[in-house]
Design a protein. Structure first.
Length: 399
């Protein structure tokens, strides 16, 4: 089996590696017990409203203030409301953490609540079901039909309460597994709404699973054939999580036990981590990337290095740029780089070469499960990329 999801402890933290053929696609680093985790739901209190920046600042505890975009406040669920219909300081409402705090920035929250299943998401505030755009039209129609039938027969409720968003790995999933996910999420939502009525401000209504557990739901069946850990406590936690939420994946989980060849050595995990934190990344052609995160954006420079392309400079530069494009797409996911990324490829003269490069890069970026967009190439031949922010980058977590 060459596609594995590995979870282990290193340097007092919990690391998870998504490995394909002994090469890491993703590396995540989490503290032993994360506070204010992504997707956790709280009863927050509006501290103040800053209309000039279109935001409210919401306390989810006396020592944690979060950013809430006012445009995002559609059909909020209030647990305590003042006289005004508009949001105001002192109002208490349900909010969910959607982005971790990064350096000097507050965590971000939303009033649009989302519960995660393996094959779908339950999202409040709308009754319009949707399907991942990566699935075919025929499969999209099938999934929407399953949702429509389930709503008609099993889940009578007020219009607009919540909707289903089918994930990419719902494609081809048997109907019974889809319905099981719907039932689990519907029950969790009903329980959450029931408890929220009687809880006090700053209560955590729904604590998200630890990140290394939550990522189990994000694994496509094609991405991980086996789930491995060399830690008995982590094994027990993952086993319990899979039993409760993904029983069809229980058979993938195994406890690695080989004192002569530890899991870290077998998969070179420490080397993989060291390379993912390094500034320079060598390419097979002899060229290399220099990756430099800054406060505002990430800059990636492509260099020819030891590459010897002969006299045909344009063809040589296109070759190394295409190789760099593939590696850049991998590094964004591996290091969890997000926000604005600027890439300085090796300059090429011909427009056809630039079009080939951009097409290659765009195709690679579309495979990223995190929303990643190739914006354009500027007049200075700098390529602009944006990648959705949710979690802190690996370099910031692994310090």
């Amino acid at each position: 089996m060459d596609r594995n999801y590995l979870v282990t402890r290193m340097n007092g933290k919990i690391y998870s590696f998504l490995m394909h053929a002994q090469e890491a696609l993703e590396i995540h680093c989490d503290p032993e017990h994360a506070r204010y985790g992504l997707d956790s739901i709280y009863i927050g209190k509006i501290k103040n409203i800053a209309k000039n920046i279109g935001a409210a600042f919401v306390e989810i505890s006396p020592d944690m203030v979060c950013h809430l975009a006012l445009d995002d406040m559609k059909r909020p669920v209030y647990t305590k409301k003042g006289a005004s219909d508009l949001p105001q300081a002192g109002d208490e409402l349900l909010v969910q953490i959607v982005r971790e705090g990064m350096k000097t920035k507050h965590p971000s929250v939303t009033t649009k609540l989302t519960l995660h299943g393996k094959y779908m998401l339950l999202t409040t505030g709308t009754d319009r079901d949707s399907v991942s755009s990566k699935l075919s039209g025929e499969e999209r129609a099938r999934l929407l039909s399953v949702a429509k039938e389930y709503r008609r027969n099993r889940a009578p409720r007020e219009p607009g309460t919540y909707s289903w968003l089918f994930r990419t790995n719902a494609g081809g999933a048997p109907e019974e597994l889809l319905i099981r996910d719907m039932e689990l999420l519907s029950d969790r939502y009903a329980e959450l709404m029931s408890h929220a009525r009687y809880r006090t401000c700053f209560s955590c209504i729904c604590e998200a699973p630890q990140p290394y557990l939550r990522r189990l739901a994000n694994l496509y069946d094609t991405e991980a054939e086996q789930i491995l850990t060399d830690d008995r406590e982590l094994y027990r936690e993952m086993s319990a999580y899979l039993d409760a939420h993904q029983p069809e994946d229980v058979g993938k989980l195994a406890l690695y036990q080989d004192s002569l060849l530890p899991m870290k050595k077998l998969y070179s995990l420490e080397t993989q981590l060291s390379q993912a934190l390094g500034e320079r990344v060598w390419l097979k052609s002899g060229g290399y990337l220099v990756i430099q995160p800054t406060e505002a954006l990430t800059v990636i420079d492509v260099n020819t290095g030891k590459f010897e392309g002969g006299k045909k400079r344009e063809a040589a530069f296109l070759k190394i740029n295409r190789e760099a494009a593939a590696e850049i797409a991998r590094q964004l996911r591996l290091r969890n780089l997000s926000g604005i990324i600027i890439v300085d490829f090796i300059n090429m003269e011909e427009e056809e070469s630039k079009e080939i490069l951009l097409s290659e890069l765009d195709g690679r970026l579309r495979r990223d499960p995190v929303r990643t967009t190739l914006v354009d190439m500027t007049k200075l031949s700098l390529v602009e990329i944006t990648r959705q922010k949710r979690e802190r980058p690996l370099a910031e977590c692994a310090v």
